[in-house]
Write a protein that binds this ligand. Structure first.
Ligand code: ACM
Length: 526
C-alpha cells in the first residue's frame, strides 16, 4: 500500500472510530456462521481469492461511499446501490452525510497502487464492518462491483439480529483480466433487435465483465443504422429481414442511446458495416453501388456471398466515406468494423484494392479498422485487426503482418451454432456446440495463433434463425457466460468441473433477469 492509500485508510478508520464513539453504547458484534468466499459462484473466476471465513453484514445500517472527486466513482456507487435495491429490496445511501446510524460501509476507492495499474484491475476487501473496492480507474471499480453483486446472497439471514442481514462472505479478491478485449457480437441485420433488447443484452454481458459489444449493422437482408446523407439505406434497405418480417433500424439518436447505455457499463460498442460483400440491402437502396452485374432486389433468404459493391467506382468510396464519417462521429470507441467476409463475387484483386482504400477511410475518420480474417489478404496496416472465424491460414497471414487477432473460431465460439441435434434454434454448418465444448478450449492457445497477437475473445451471435429476445437468450445463454470466463480468467483458473457448479448457481440471477436460457442437461441448474 502506498502512502496515499495509507492516509486514505487511516481516514476511513478515523471516520469509523468517530461514528462509533458518538454512539451511546457499542453494539455487540454479530456472530456470523462460517462462510467460504473461495466457494462462491463467481463468474468469471477471479485471479486470487483468499477467504477469511466470517462475513460483512449487509443491512439497513450500511452506506456506500466513493472517493471524492474521482471521475465516474460516484456513479458506480449509485449503480451498485440500484442493483442491491433490485436484488434484495434494500435501500443503501450513496455518499450521504446525514443518514440513520451507519454501522458498516462499502467504500469504492480510487487507488494509485502499482498493483492496480491495468485499467480493469481491482481489489475487493471484505471485512466484518467494511467492504473496500480499490481500483485505479472507474472501469476497474465497475468490474469490481460486478463481483460484489454476485456474492450478495439473495436471501437474508433473519437469526443474526432483529432486522434482516445479508451476510457477504469475508476475505480478499485480487483480480484483473486475462484479455483486454472480451466481446459478443449481435447480428441485428438478419433480424432486427430493438433498443430495449440490446440494452438487456448489454446488462447481462456487463454482469459477467464482458467489455465490448460488436453490432453487425448491415447485411444483404437489412440496413439498420440511419445515415443522414443516404436516407434510402433505412427507408428502403431497413424494411426487410430474413423470413419476410418487417425489419427496422436505429435512428442515430437511438444508436447514441445504445452507445451511452453501454458506456455507463464501461462497454465499448463496435459498429460493423459489412462490405464489399453482404451489401444487397445497400444496393437495393442505391443501385449505383451494385457490382455484381444483376439488378438488385430485396433479399430475405439465408444465402451468403452473392453481393458486392462496385469496387472501381468513385461514388462507392464517397458513399463509404459518408457512412464511416457519420457512424464514427457518434461512436466514441476506437474501432470501426468493415466486415470483409465472404465476398465471393468480388474478384480477389478488386477485394484487395477495396480493403486497402477503405482502411484509409476508416483511419481518416480516427478509427482503427477491424475486419473478418479475409482482410489479411490485403495490404493492411499492423494497426488493423483481423477477426479469426474459420480459416486459421488466413488469420495467420494477419499474424505475419503483425496484426492483432480477435479469436472467434466458429467451431468453438459461434453462439448461433446449435447445442445438439435437438436445438430449437441455430445452425450447424461449423459444429454442434454443447455447453461443455463451448468452455473446454483455450483462446490463448488455439489453432496456432500466437498469444502475443491475440487481442481477445469474441462470441458472435448471427441471427438468421432467431427473431426475438427469448430466442436470442436461448442461443446466447448459458454459453456466453463461459466465453466471459475464457476471456477474463487465466487458463490455470479455469476448470470445467468447478465452472459447471458455478454456472448452475447462476439460476437465481438468470431467473431474476427473466433470461430464457437453454437448460442444458450437463448442468445442475439450482
Ligand atoms: C462470418 O461468419 N461470415 C464471419
Amino acid at each position: 500500500m502506498n502512502l496515499k492509500n495509507v492516509c486514505l485508510f487511516s481516514a476511513i478508520i478515523l471516520m469509523f472510530t468517530l461514528v462509533f464513539a458518538c454512539k451511546k453504547e457499542q453494539k455487540p458484534k454479530i456472530k456470523f456462521p462460517s462462510t467460504d468466499l473461495a466457494k462462491e459462484s463467481i463468474i468469471p473466476k477471479p485471479l486470487k481469492t483468499i477467504a477469511t471465513n466470517s462475513a460483512f453484514g449487509l443491512d439497513k445500517h450500511t452506506a456506500i461511499y466513493t472517493t471524492k472527486g474521482a471521475a465516474g466513482f460516484e456513479n458506480i456507487g449509485l449503480f451498485l446501490a440500484q442493483k442491491i435495491k433490485s436484488k434484495i429490496q434494500l435501500n443503501i445511501p450513496v455518499n450521504s452525510e446525514n443518514e440513520n446510524p451507519i454501522e458498516r460501509v462499502i467504500y469504492i476507492n480510487k487507488s494509485d497502487s502499482l498493483d492496480l495499474k491495468e485499467p480493469e484491475a481491482y481489489q475487493l476487501y471484505i471485512n466484518q464492518d467494511s467492504i473496500i473496492i480499490n481500483a485505479n480507474t472507474a472501469e476497474g471499480a465497475f468490474r469490481g462491483i460486478q463481483t460484489l453483486r454476485q456474492i450478495i446472497p439473495t436471501t437474508s439471514n433473519d437469526t443474526l439480529a432483529k432486522h434482516k442481514i445479508w451476510p457477504v462472505p469475508s476475505g480478499k479478491i485480487i483480480d484483473k483480466p486475462n484479455f483486454s478485449y472480451r466481446a459478443s457480437m449481435l447480428d441485428v441485420s438478419r433480424h432486427f433487435f430493438s433498443v430495449t433488447d440490446v440494452k438487456k443484452y448489454i446488462d447481462l454481458l456487463a454482469y459477467y465483465k464482458i467489455n465490448t459489444l460488436h453490432l453487425h449493422l448491415t447485411d444483404d437482408q437489412g440496413w439498420r443504422i440511419e445515415i443522414k446523407s443516404w436516407p434510402n439505406l433505412t427507408k428502403i434497405g431497413g424494411k426487410t429481414e430474413v423470413g419476410g418480417e418487417s425489419g427496422g433500424f436505429y435512428t442515430q439518436e437511438e444508436y447514441k442511446e445504445i452507445v451511452a447505455y453501454a458506456a455507463k457499463r464501461y462497454m465499448t460498442i463496435i459498429p460493423e458495416v459489412d462490405m464489399p460483400g453482404h451489401t444487397n440491402a445497400a444496393s437495393v437502396s442505391y443501385p449505383i453501388l451494385n457490382g455484381n452485374g444483376k439488378t438488385p432486389k430485396p433479399y430475405e433468404g439465408m444465402r451468403v456471398g452473392f453481393s458486392t459493391l462496385d469496387t472501381r467506382k468513385d461514388t462507392v468510396y464517397s458513399f463509404i466515406d459518408d457512412v464511416v464519417r457519420e457512424i464514427s462521429a457518434i461512436t466514441p470507441g476506437p474501432y470501426f468494423h468493415i466486415g470483409g467476409d465472404e465476398s465471393h463475387v468480388t474478384k480477389k484483386k478488386d477485394y484487395i484494392y477495396f480493403v486497402n482504400k477503405v482502411e484509409k477511410i476508416v483511419q481518416k475518420h480516427g478509427k482503427r479498422m477491424i475486419g473478418w480474417e479475409e482482410i489479411a489478404h490485403a495490404n493492411v496496416d499492423s494497426t488493423s485487426i483481423a477477426q479469426y472465424w474459420t480459416n486459421p491460414k488466413t488469420a495467420k497471414k494477419g499474424v505475419l503482418k503483425n496484426m492483432k487477432i480477435i479469436m472467434s473460431p466458429a467451431k468453438k465460439a459461434y453462439l448461433d451454432m446449435e447445442y445438439d441435434t435437438l436445438s430449437k434454434h441455430g445452425l450447424h454448418w461449423a459444429a454442434y456446440i454443447p455447453v461443455d465444448t463451448a468452455y473446454l478450449w483455450s483462446p490463448e492457445n488455439h489453432d496456432g495463433i500466437p498469444r502475443e497477437n491475440i487481442l481477445g475473445l469474441e462470441a458472435p451471435l448471427w441471427s438468421e434463425t432467431i427473431s426475438n429476445i427469448e430466442e436470442l437468450e436461448y442461443l446466447a445463454f448459458p454459453r456466453i457466460i463461459g466465453y466471459a470466463e475464457l476471456g477474463w480468467s487465466t487458463q490455470e483458473n479455469r476448470n470445467w468441473e468447478d465452472y459447471k457448479i458455478r454456472l448452475g448457481n447462476q439460476t437465481p440471477f438468470l431467473n431474476c433477469m427473466n433470461v430464457k436460457y437453454y437448460p442444458s442437461k450437463l448442468i445442475d441448474w439450482k
